[in-house]
Design a protein around this ligand. Structure first.
Ligand code: GYE
Length: 330
């Protein structure tokens, strides 16, 4: 009796193992990318994280556009860490996806993993943020914004506003993630533009990592250390929104005592601008999904694509924000 039931248990266990094995094998062929059963294009996308309203809108745009284009999307959120992005890209290579796209959290340190993708003959598309690799053959194209221009437009607006200032205008700057393309380029573009008026001086500049919490915390420090702050330039809306809390808590009126300029123009930023708490926003569009899916199809088909594709963008004053707000989708 005992022997028979043991045998039965063993058979049941074996069957279980076989079944599980079968399921795993099935799962494998499903994730086998271009070599899978149907001929759907498989795209591996490594996202920076979920640090801002811009990023959330960008992720939604990519997921929706992939669905509409009939592209199978393997999406990975790197939580603002380069090591996570490198891991995700290596996984995509192992899974033999058809195309890899990613938004690199910082500019440097990508050559090795991009070379691995190239050796595996998987084309790579950069979206939103650039890399500083000297070897341009490591990726097919870049799709995104001109961050230097955004910084320049922000600076030019300030130069115009303060053209009759007789004394020093003290500016504090909330930088985006250290080493990221938008932080480097927005800083450079802004500094270049305000150089036109020697009264305009950046008295403090520090990273708030593109987050609301970071913006609030760094602005608190700025306010403690500097009795006279005339202008805040924040590299994105979210840091500006965080800074609003610090400014109000310090007994100052945002948009009046301190002129606030940001970048992005997401809904919450546009609301702050329409409410008179922000003074100017240089737009940066997160809606890259549809263009990205077009590029994925072209690259997969072996077609030539332009080396750089830039998004069209504008700027907003308080009045323009009031007009645009009712139709703002993100
Ligand atoms: O401005 C910011 C986000 O890379 C353009 O990243 C993007 C920036 C955007 O966190 O809000």
């Amino acid at each position: 009796m005992r022997t028979r039931s043991t045998a039965r248990t063993v058979i049941a266990a074996l069957a279980g193992v076989l079944l599980a094995g079968g399921m795993v094998a099935c799962g494998n062929s499903d994730t086998g990318g271009g070599s899978g059963g149907d001929d759907k294009i498989v795209l591996g996308f490594s996202q920076v994280g979920a640090e801002s309203g811009w990023r959330t809108a960008n992720t939604t745009s990519i997921k929706e556009a992939a669905g509409e284009a009939g592209i199978e999307l393997k999406f990975d959120d790197a939580q603002q860490k380069q090591e996570n992005q490198i891991k995700a890209i290596r996984n995509f290579i192992q899974q033999k996806v058809d195309v890899i796209a990613f938004s690199p959290v910082v500019e440097s340190g990508w050559d090795t993993v991009l070379k691995e993708a190239k050796d595996a003959k998987i084309p790579v598309i950069l979206t939103d943020r650039a890399v500083d690799s000297a070897d341009k053959s490591l990726y097919k194209t870049f799709l995104g914004s001109d961050f230097k221009k955004e910084g320049r437009l922000a600076g030019e607006w300030l130069v115009e506003q303060k053209k009759s200032a007789s004394g020093p205008v003290n500016i504090v700057e909330l930088q985006g993630t250290t080493g990221s393309a938008p932080a480097n380029d927005r800083k450079e573009g802004f500094a270049g533009a305000i150089a036109a008026n020697p009264n305009l001086k950046i008295i403090a500049s520090q990273s708030g990592d593109f987050t609301r919490a970071g913006g609030k915390q760094v602005m608190e420090q700025f306010l403690k250390a500097n009795p006279k702050i005339d202008v805040l330039f924040a590299h994105n809306d979210d840091m500006g929104l965080g800074a609003l809390e610090a400014i109000t808590a310090a007994g100052k009126v945002p948009g009046k005592d301190i002129t606030i300029i940001t970048v992005d123009a997401v809904k919450d930023g546009m609301q702050a601008l329409a409410d008179g708490k922000f003074n100017f926003i240089a737009e940066c569009s997160p809606l890259l999904g549809p263009q990205l899916m077009d590029l994925v199809k072209k690259v997969k088909a072996g077609e030539e694509v332009p080396a750089r594709i830039e998004t069209e963008e504008t700027t907003f004053t308080q009045e323009q924000a009031k007009e645009a707000l009712p139709n703002r989708k993100y």
